[in-house]
Write a protein that binds this ligand. Structure first.
Ligand code: E4P
Length: 224
């Protein structure tokens, strides 16, 4: 399973990359807004440089018509070879996914909330589909069920090779269940990525090992 970090914050991206397990980054207009007065294109290039070769960075278009989406995609894609153009799952978006696929521009289809939307995106040639698990849970529905259904549908048809990118992840259980359901990628906030490490028994166990090691060293000093 690939791990992406869902942020436009350079410090967080640097720290995640430094852990050595980062495969990419997803951004969206809200995450870009959170970074304040930055130049979007320049920022995307900086993110691509931090994550390094072969790691995908999703940058989203904001146009909602076909021509506008294509124009923005043509500006974003040449910024860096890591750029994946993020396209919203609306009618014009489906058309744009098909056209960009034919041009060899990689895409991430975002704002997916149903299996039939995911089927359309895959038929249009999206490289990634982003089902928003957390936002579905927020309305008391079953985010994880969506991942499972999309997995089953894509597996039914060899020609559908779109990768499932579990998005809107809120906690480690979402990551665990996405992995169990066979999602190809999980994109998560930096805090969730680091909290995958957390377990009180690990902390307690390490504390005990270190105490015992100090006591052992003390014994050796006393003997000699
Ligand atoms: C995915 O690419 C989106 O940027 C993201 O996962 C949305 O998450 P949110 O629902 O926490 O805003």
């Amino acid at each position: 399973m690939k791990f992406f970090v869902d942020t436009a914050n350079l410090e967080e991206i640097r720290e995640a990359a430094d852990m050595g397990i980062l495969d990419g980054v997803t951004t969206n207009p809200s995450l870009v807004k959170a970074e304040g007065n930055i130049d979007f294109h320049d920022h995307v290039v900086r993110i691509c440089e931090i994550v390094g070769e072969g790691n995908d960075v999703s940058a989203e278009v904001t146009a909602t018509d076909f021509e506008g989406m294509m124009e923005e995609a043509h500006q974003l894609a040449p910024l860096h070879e890591n750029v994946v153009v993020k396209i919203p799952l609306i009618k014009a978006g489906i058309k744009a996914l098909r056209a960009l696929d034919q041009e060899g521009i990689r895409t991430n289809c975002t704002l997916c909330f149903s299996p039939t939307q995911a089927l359309l995106a895959a038929k249009a040639g999206a490289d990634y589909i982003s089902p928003f698990i957390g936002r579905i849970d927020d309305i008391s529905s079953d985010g994880m069920g969506l991942i499972e259904e999309i997995r089953q549908i894509y597996d039914n048809y060899e020609a559908l090779d779109t990768e499932i990118l579990a998005a809107s992840i809120r906690h480690p259980t979402h990551v665990k269940r996405s992995a169990l359901a066979g999602a190809d990628v999980a994109t998560m906030p930096f805090g969730t990525l680091t909290s995958l490490l957390d377990h009180p028994l690990t902390d307690r166990g390490l504390e005990r090992f270190l105490e015992d090691w100090e006591a052992y060293k003390e014994t050796r000093t006393t003997v000699s």
